[in-house]
Design a protein around this ligand. Sequence first.
Ligand code: URP
Ligand code: ZN
Ligand code: ZN
Length: 460
Amino acid sequence: MSLMITNGRIITAGEDFTADLFIQDEIISAIGAHLPMQADRVIDAAGLLVMPGGIDPHVHLALPTMGTISSDDYTTGTRAALFGGTTTVIDFVTQTKGHALHAALDEWRMRSDGRACGDYGFHMIVTDLNSMTKSEIAPLIRDEGITSFKVFMAYKDTLMIDDGRIVELMNEAKRHGGLVAVHATNGEMIDALKMKFCSEGKLTPLYHYFSQPEITESEATARFARLARATGAVSYVVHMSSEGALNAVRDAGRRNQKVFAETCIQYLLLDAAAYGQSMDGAKFVMSPPLRLQKDRDALWSGIDQGTVQVVATDHCPFTWEQKLAGKDDFSKIPNGGAGIEHRLELLFSEGVHKGRISPGRFVEVTSTNAAKIFGLFPRKGSIAVGSDADLILFDPDEEHVISSSTHHMNVDYSAYEGWRVKGKTKTVILRGMVAVERDELCVKPGFGRYLKRNTVSGVI
Ligand code: URP
Ligand code: ZN
Ligand code: ZN
């Protein structure tokens, strides 16, 4: 099967030019003006941008958490991702304390095998590092292509590991070519604030925000960066939300250190005003919480300066009914929100159209940098001969309105309800196959493939 895409404006991290693309089976096999090959199908992309398929390296599909399970599974989550132009996601396998890392991997495979519409990989969350689980790191990297390991500095008793174990993991990951990612918030401080607010009867969603002030994130980020410096491990901060945390990464840069940083679309576009005074604020309960306008401004600068390399989603949706578990107590609201579908369109509209980022930077932070950091480049995140033909044809000028009545995510509200955005994903191609066209999904669950990732170099 061959496919020709003609007349598109091709945008990559480094280039912007008009050309034809010839795709043979799954791979881009030629790029040039007026290519002479005959293809089984030709798509005219005149007037459209042709960009690498999005890579969202931070999603939680069918995640068991806080007594419930995130509402998008591998089928609905990757399908919604495809509609928005994200062709690859990386989910987090979560170890249960006292159990092997491989036991968690088996569980995640049961949830994902044969179900995904788009391609996917796994990170491993290490919650319990001991001699047995440490010995699993090398085979996970070598045999399973799981080359990134996340730790939590919060959620004592369930997810958190102490600094000593973080250092051990960093050493082990470094030895075998892995990366260590972090949920950088100070768990002890957060727990103390939560207890205080609960004892004072301050239980509305707004107190979720007050229980995780900026210092809890900036302190933990700075500490993690110091540990990474001591060990020399390749390090990555997930879902960075605040100016203080960004400054901790900037400080590491001043020590000639490289700490990769990810923010998420919601931290760029929304702020703590969303918590309001009512239960409605539960829709925005996530960790870290939404912050202030000054943090949004700082994060946009971080992207502009290249300090923040990735814009992900931390997609972890819960239906309104699930959120109501915390109607009398914010600490019982399942943490997380939806974003997998609209990340690219929102960032293009608010970033490129508003002059905050260039089209090339847009491609970098939505696709190429994640591919490079997480060992998928140049197979993914690139438009080049030999790369997977993962492409989006994007109309930069089409305007549309986001609504839960039209989105494809399995959640009955939207954080962006009624937002008018400029720029729409029209056609999505995954490994040479048209996956979305004319608002229809053209691939079936099971088309998505598990991606074994390469070891990381720390240089992008
Ligand atoms: O609130 C969030 N972010 N839920 C998902 C889990 C995590 O910490 O990334
Ligand atoms: Zn996290
Ligand atoms: Zn997450």
